[in-house]
Design a protein around this ligand. Structure first.
Ligand code: PEP
Ligand code: MN
Length: 277
């Protein structure tokens, strides 16, 4: 380490677009909470691809609060992700929870996700530091921004600079959302580091009715992209039913997000900044 500074503060990290050779622009990572079947993932991926989404998410190893809840399809789920990403030429993001599954992640996905519950699984972080492979590191639900950056430091100091942070809300007393999206985390990270950062709307909110204004706020704060859960039949989903958008809801969400000119708030803001209205 160089003096007091961390490597995550010092190094110039690649943007997500640079990591994957994509043109400039905000990133959308979308897909179901869990891979439930090939039919499900295929239907979601086909629709996302039509919307221009490049990154497909879906969990094969699910960190569930109860051991009796659906745990994911494991290796079979990873193989489904692999077939679907190839079929639609998409980049796959999927969580692993165990160092023993790093190889599976590298073989069957394009980005390994470390979930909130494992942000401080230091053995996993150290092993991910030894590989040359993109990692999405989600913020732990009870961790500070400093602890978040230090978790990234574990991976970066091992030699892997392909790190993408993801803010997904922290636990507070507020119970109208599943977690409290810490919007300040984005500029805080941006002032201390050049690491890219995504905002996961689904796990921070636990609902979808307010996703659009929150997405706008996240992007206005400097987020490099958004993560969202999308399912072809959210009501029948094996997990996180309330927060998963259906295919039509997602399409509308994306259209609204891209349609800035007609937005009354934006027009009002412009009027204020130019002294008009
Ligand atoms: C997920 O993205 O599938 C997930 C479980 O999220 P988190 O780790 O943020 O709770
Ligand atoms: Mn989920």
């Amino acid at each position: 380490m160089n003096g007091e500074k961390l490597l995550v503060q010092e190094l110039a990290f690649p943007t997500i677009n640079e990591l994957f050779g994509l043109p400039k622009g905000k990133i959308i990572v979308a897909g179901p909470c869990a891979v439930e079947s090939e039919k499900e993932l295929d239907a979601v991926a086909r629709s996302l691809k039509e919307c221009g989404v490049r990154f497909l998410r879906g969990g094969a190893f699910k960190p569930r609060t109860s051991p009796y809840d659906f745990q994911g399809l494991g290796e079979e789920g990873m193989k489904i992700i692999d077939r679907v990403r190839r079929r639609y030429d998409m980049l796959a993001v999927s969580e692993i929870m165990d160092v023993r599954d790093i190889e599976l992640g590298m073989r069957y996905t394009d980005v390994i996700q470390v979930g909130a519950r494992n942000m401080q699984n230091f053995s996993l972080l150290k092993e991910l530091g030894r590989i040359d492979f993109p990692v999405v590191l989600k913020r732990g639900m009870m961790t500070t921004v400093r602890e978040f950056l230090l978790a990234a430091e574990y991976i970066v100091s091992g030699g892997n600079q392909k790190v993408i942070l993801c803010e997904r809300g922290i636990r507070t007393f507020e119970d109208s959302t599943r977690n409290t999206l810490d919007i300040a985390c984005i500029p805080l990270v941006k002032t201390q580091s050049s690491l890219p950062i995504l905002v996961d709307l689904s796990h921070s909110l636990g609902r979808k009715d307010i996703a659009l204004p929150v997405a706008r706020a996240a992007l206005a704060c400097g987020a490099d992209g958004l993560m969202l859960e999308v399912h072809n039949h959210p009501r029948d989903a094996k997990c996180d039913k309330a927060q998963q958008m259906d295919l039509t809801e997602f399409r509308t969400f994306l259209e609204q997000l891209n349609k800035r000119e007609d937005d009354a708030d934006v027009i009002a803001m412009e009027a204020v900044s130019t002294g008009g209205l």
